[in-house]
Write a protein that binds this ligand. Structure first.
Ligand SMILES: [Zn+2]
Length: 69
C-alpha cells in the first residue's frame, strides 16, 4: 500500500494519503478543504523499498518475541 503525497491547488495544503488502488489515487480529496483539485507528487519510489525492508524486520522480531512468551 503506497502512501502518496498530494498538493491542493485550492488551499495550497500538502498532505499524504494511503492509496489502495490506482483508480483511487486519481480521486483523492484534499484533507483540509475537500477539493479534488489536487496534484499527486511523485516521491515515494525510493522510500517504498526502505519501508518494506523495515516492516519485514519488524514482523520478524514480533514473531520471535511471541514465540518466547
Ligand atoms: Zn485544499
Amino acid at each position: 500500500m503506497p502512501i502518496y503525497e498530494y498538493h491542493c491547488n485550492d488551499c495550497n495544503a500538502d498532505f499524504e494519503q494511503l492509496v489502495f488502488s490506482s483508480s483511487q489515487a486519481d480521486r483523492v480529496p484534499c484533507s483540509k478543504c475537500g477539493s479534488t483539485n489536487v496534484e499527486r507528487k511523485v516521491s515515494s519510489v525510493a522510500s517504498a523499498g526502505a519501508s518494506s525492508a523495515s516492516s519485514a524486520a519488524a514482523a520478524y522480531s514480533s514473531c520471535g518475541s511471541s514465540g518466547f512468551s
